[in-house]
Design a protein around this ligand. Structure first.
Ligand code: G
Ligand code: G
Ligand code: MN
Ligand code: NA
Length: 253
């Protein structure tokens, strides 16, 4: 059977699970949230890379079931963590192309209600925002999500076709600077300038800035100097299971 044919079954058989990568508020030094990342542990082939199965599912219009699964699990875990009295933001990746689905809003709303998570505790990390170019319906869904209270982030900012126009049109409260700029900030002056100017632009528009791919303490110190708000990367924590995440949150708070 093809990888894609197997994916739906794999979800039903419990082979797909979520890893959570912590996000650090640079100023307070607190873990304030985590990004949910899909993982598939195949019983024979072992771990299958998400860049492989997510891309394949997206290209073939089969991303819906995976997205609903990820949303449901992440919202459930986010709610459980918040119930422990820990203020915690849970972030889920969403291809902007899926926003044309008018029912997505209804499903997200139902999941939030069922698990008891406040809408403002969910962040949708939008990828492939270029597809929103002439998709008024996509923007309408986003506006409705925002009105519901769900937070929107622009993911992988700086790569692909993330023009200034999207910054203006997309009701995002957060911008995630792509790791390709962050990792090489120290050695590549133009990357440093990109990070610097993105932070300045985002802040002047009233948006929060998250740096991805923060791999060492030096990079974290540099980002603090640059007044970046939130850091995510191996220096803060690798993607981990939900139990490990909860342990980590309890040590830090
Ligand atoms: O750990 P990393 O290898 O997790 O992730 C690889 C890629 O897969 C990243 O670009 C990440 O955004 C993407 N990805 C992981 N989980 C999901 C998901 O649930 N939905 C979408 N659309 N992309 C995801
Ligand atoms: O595309 P997105 O940013 O959603 O996916 C994040 C991807 O980056 C995942 O594959 C994750 O495992 C990976 N990642 C997270 N932190 C780091 C890091 O500090 N360094 C590197 N090289 N990869 C990272
Ligand atoms: Mn992401
Ligand atoms: Na990203």
């Amino acid at each position: 059977m093809s990888l894609l044919g197997e994916l739906d079954q794999a979800i039903d058989h419990g082979e797909v699970w979520l890893a959570y990568q912590p996000q650090l508020d640079i100023k307070s030094g607190r873990i304030v949230g985590a990004e949910a990342l899909a993982r598939w542990t195949h019983p024979q082939k072992g771990p299958i890379s998400p860049s492989e199965f997510v891309a394949a599912a997206e290209a073939n219009g089969r991303i819906g079931k995976l997205t609903d699964f990820v949303l449901d699990r992440a919202i459930s875990s986010g709610a459980a963590i918040n119930r422990r009295g820990i203020d915690f933001q849970v972030a889920v990746n969403l291809s902007a192309r899926l926003l044309v689905d008018r029912n997505l809003l209804t499903r997200v709303e139902a999941m939030l209600k069922a698990h008891g998570l406040a809408p403002a505790r969910l962040t949708l990390e939008l990828t492939e925002t270029a597809s929103l170019q002439d998709a008024e319906s996509g923007l309408a869904t986003l506006g409705a999500m925002r009105d519901l209270g769900v937070k929107i982030a622009i993911d992988d900012y700086g790569t692909g076709l993330s023009t200034l126009e999207y910054l203006k049109k997309i009701p995002a409260s957060e911008i995630k600077i792509d790791q390709s700029f962050v990792k090489s900030m120290r050695v590549n002056r133009s990357d440093l300038i990109m990070v610097q100017s993105t932070i300045a632009l985002a802040h002047s528009l009233g948006r929060t800035v998250v740096a991805e791919g923060v791999e060492d303490q030096q990079c974290l110190d540099d980002l603090r100097q640059l007044r970046c708000d939130v850091a995510q990367g191996f220096a803060i924590g690798r993607p981990m299971g939900v139990r490990e995440l909860v342990q980590r949150l309890q040590i830090r708070t």
